[in-house]
Design a protein around this ligand. Structure first.
Ligand code: THU
Length: 129
């Protein structure tokens, strides 16, 4: 499969489908995320909550963690689809991972933005030097 074969609509459909696997007993807010890698793989993630609330992990971070463990690295991601608007912390991850575009549901709309638009004036590795 090449990335040309996975449209943003198909990627969002994958995120919608995987959201059913979310573990969100506390918020009942199921989130799905699907990453499209440059070599055409779709890597999915869901939010996983915990009784100790702050320990829960967002769908985006679950998906990226999975992809990293598969050997993917920042710059390997063409697009990311999310069933919800990404939280502030996940916007920082989207930026770190060098994603080209982020497609997400926001109320009735499907929005497409770049990570630097989602998180302007951000803190990056360059600031550490
Ligand atoms: N959530 C995500 O998975 N991704 C986001 O970007 C927004 C929030 C999850 C975290 C928590 O499990 C639930 O949505 C409610 O905040």
């Amino acid at each position: 499969m090449t990335d040309a074969q996975v449209t943003d609509g198909a990627l969002l459909a994958a995120a919608d489908a995987i959201a059913a696997c979310a573990y969100a007993p506390y918020s009942s807010f199921d989130v799905g995320c699907a990453l499209l890698t440059r070599d055409g793989k779709v890597v999915e993630g869901v939010n996983v909550e915990n009784a100790a609330y702050p320990l829960g992990i967002c769908a985006e971070r679950a998906a990226f963690s999975r992809a990293i463990a598969m050997g993917y690295r920042p710059g390997d991601f063409v697009a990311v689809a999310i069933t919800a608007s990404p939280c502030g912390g996940c916007r920082q991850w989207l930026l770190e991972m060098g994603v080209e575009r982020v497609v997400f549901r926001n109320d009735e709309n499907v929005v497409t933005m770049r990570p630097d638009e989602l998180l302007p004036e951000s803190f990056t590795a360059a600031d550490l030097r």
